[in-house]
Ligand binder design. Structure first.
Ligand code: 5RP
Length: 228
């Protein structure tokens, strides 16, 4: 599938998910190219239909895009609940175990998701897999001592690669941390891996989102379909 076809599926999933947003809701807004289509559609509804809702964003990028449409954005600590969070994903299996963080926003994404009443993912059909792990697993790491964390990951056979930007500098998250991508090929025991990663000193969060999501809207050439 070429990028234009994939983008069309992402856009269809984003537009479908925007229908879940109603007046007065508090909505978590994820990060990534699929979420950009969602926010475009929500922005259109705000401007053309007078939709009013409050957003909590999972990255500065999404915040800027949403505020550009006049969507009210507040800090996650300024709301007592989030009705629904709509986010993208890098991979998801039929048990709703998934990988996130391709866009380096995994920490805020997990914080917002954890505080949401309902979580919806929007993906194109290429993201639905039998076994997760072909997509490199992002891990957010504190810069201080990151070299030692990477060595530990190497010793455990996790094939870590520090994520670099176009200038060859380490990518920094919105919290100014590094991202280390683990090239695992497949993850047969995601819960054990999650436990190991989160117990490694220097790791802030990992991109395993295990059975957290309530619904996945899949952009499919035959039209968006829902996995529940
Ligand atoms: C960002 C994420 C994204 O949701 C994930 O990478 C999917 O991105 P895209 O919609 O661009 O394929 O987890 O940290």
């Amino acid at each position: 599938m070429d990028k234009a076809q994939q983008d069309a599926l992402k856009k269809a999933a984003g537009i479908e998910a925007a229908k879940l947003v109603e007046n007065g809701m508090v909505v978590g807004l994820g990060t990534g190219s699929t979420v950009r289509f969602l926010v475009d559609e929500l922005g259109r509804r705000v401007q053309e239909e007078g939709l009013q809702f409050t957003g909590v964003t999972t990255s500065r990028r999404t915040q800027e895009q949403a505020e550009g449409y006049g969507i009210k954005i507040v800090d996650v600590d300024d709301v007592d609940h989030i009705d629904v969070t709509i986010d993208g994903a890098d991979e998801v299996d039929k048990n709703f175990d998934g990988i996130k963080g391709g866009g380096a926003a995994l920490l805020w994404e997990k914080i917002v998701a954890t505080n949401s009443n309902r979580i919806v993912w929007i993906v194109d059909e290429t993201k639905v897999v039998d076994t997760i792990g072909a997509f490199p697993l992002p891990v957010e790491v504190i810069p201080f001592g990151a070299g030692h964390v990477i060595s530990r990951f190497k010793d455990r056979g996790y094939n870590p690669v520090l994520r670099l930007d176009a200038d060859g500098q380490p990518v920094r998250t919105d919290e100014k941390n590094y991202v280390v991508d683990l090239h695992l090929n497949r993850i047969d025991h995601p819960r054990e891996l999650a436990e190991d990663l989160i117990n490694t000193v220097g790791v802030v969060e990992h991109g395993l989102f295990l059975n957290m999501v309530d619904m996945v809207i899949v952009g499919d050439p035959n039209g968006p379909r829902v996995m529940t």
